[in-house]
Design a protein around this ligand. Structure first.
Ligand SMILES: [Zn+2]
Length: 203
C-alpha cells in the first residue's frame, strides 16, 4: 500500500532534516508520549542550515478533534496546533523571509503513516495541497521510544502524497540514559495504565 522509496523520487523538493533536527523532533515525541506532539520546521528551503524546529502545543485535549468518520479524539490520537503559537512561528518565518519546510507530528503506539485525517488537513476542499512545498513528517513512538518516521510530500503528477521513510537518528536513548530505577518504574506504571485503556488508531 505504501509507496516504495524509489517511487517517491520526483515528488519535488524534499525537506531533508539534519540528524540533529530529527533527533530533536524524536526527543519531543518521546517526552510528549503518550500524547501526540506537533510542530513546524521553518527556514530557507534550500539552505538546511537555516532550518529551525519549532514545537507547537497540541491543544486537542482542550479542543477535541473529530476524525474523518466524525469520531471525537483527544491528544492521544490527534493533534491540533495551538493557533496562537502557530501564528507566532509563521510571523517569525515571515520576518526572516523563511518558508514552512515541514509540519511534524507523532503517533504514540502506532505506526508512522499518513492517516485519512492527516491527508484531509493537508488538502483544501478542492483536494489541492494547502502547503504544496511543505513536507509532512510523521513519527511513530512506541513505549516512549521513537521507532520510525516517514516523510509525506505532495506529488503534483500523481495528485497524492508520496511516502519516503526517514532513517531514525542515531542518538542516546532517552529512557534508559540517566534515569534511576524509581523513575523507570513510574514510567512503566504510566505505560501500563495507558495501555489498559482502549486507544483508537492515531490520526
Ligand atoms: Zn497523523
Amino acid at each position: 500500500m505504501r509507496a516504495k522509496s524509489h517511487e517517491s523520487r520526483g515528488a519535488g523538493p524534499e525537506a531533508i532534516l539534519s540528524e540533529t533536527q530529527l533527533a530533536e523532533i524524536f526527543r519531543q515525541a518521546e517526552v510528549g508520549y503518550p500524547e501526540e506532539i506537533c510542530g513546524m520546521v521553518v527556514g530557507w528551503r534550500n539552505a538546511p542550515e537555516t532550518f529551525r524546529v519549532r514545537q507547537v502545543r497540541n491543544i486537542a485535549n482542550q479542543e477535541p478533534q473529530r476524525d474523518t468518520g466524525g469520531v471525537p479524539r483527544d491528544a492521544r490520537t490527534a493533534y491540533m496546533m495551538d493557533p496562537l503559537e502557530q501564528l507566532r512561528v509563521l510571523r517569525e518565518a515571515d520576518q526572516q523571509g523563511w518558508e514552512v519546510v515541514a509540519f511534524y507530528h507523532s503517533h504514540p503506539d502506532h505506526d508512522a503513516y499518513f492517516s485519512a485525517m492527516d491527508r484531509d488537513r493537508a488538502l483544501t476542499s478542492g483536494r489541492e495541497p494547502i502547503w504544496p512545498g511543505a513536507t509532512y513528517l510523521v513519527i511513530s513512538v512506541v513505549a516512549r521510544r521513537g521507532r520510525a518516521a516517514n516523510y509525506y510530500s505532495w506529488d503534483a503528477v500523481r495528485r497524492d502524497f508520496l511516502e519516503r521513510s526517514v532513517p531514525p537518528p542515531r542518538r542516546s536513548r532517552v529512557i534508559s540514559a540517566g534515569i534511576g530505577p524509581t523513575r523507570k518504574a513510574l514510567c512503566c506504571r504510566r505505560l501500563l495504565r495507558y495501555r489498559k485503556s482502549p486507544v483508537r488508531p492515531a490520526a
